[in-house]
Design a protein around this ligand. Structure first.
Ligand code: ZN
Length: 76
């Protein structure tokens, strides 16, 4: 059995919460994916577009995080 290997943190490798509990703002990247704090464009951390399996097919969502959560990957 293979253990899960921790990856070095890099852009796009952050562990994101499941999309089911997220708000519209979080899915659009106007609020932090981890703490739901509203983001401004100056300080938001772009986590890269992600694809999501939805009833109509694959859709894109645009997770972003606030600086505090972005540093820790949402684990703080
Ligand atoms: Zn946050």
């Amino acid at each position: 059995m293979k253990a899960m290997t921790p990856r070095p943190s890099s852009r796009g490798a952050a562990v994101l919460p499941g999309v089911k509990g997220l708000t519209d703002h979080q899915l659009r990247g106007t609020a932090c994916v981890w703490c739901a704090r509203p983001l401004d464009n100056g300080s938001a951390i772009d986590l890269g577009p992600r694809r999501l399996r939805a009833p109509g097919g694959l859709v894109w969502w645009f997770p972003r995080g606030c600086p505090a959560c972005g540093k820790t990957g949402g684990t703080a």
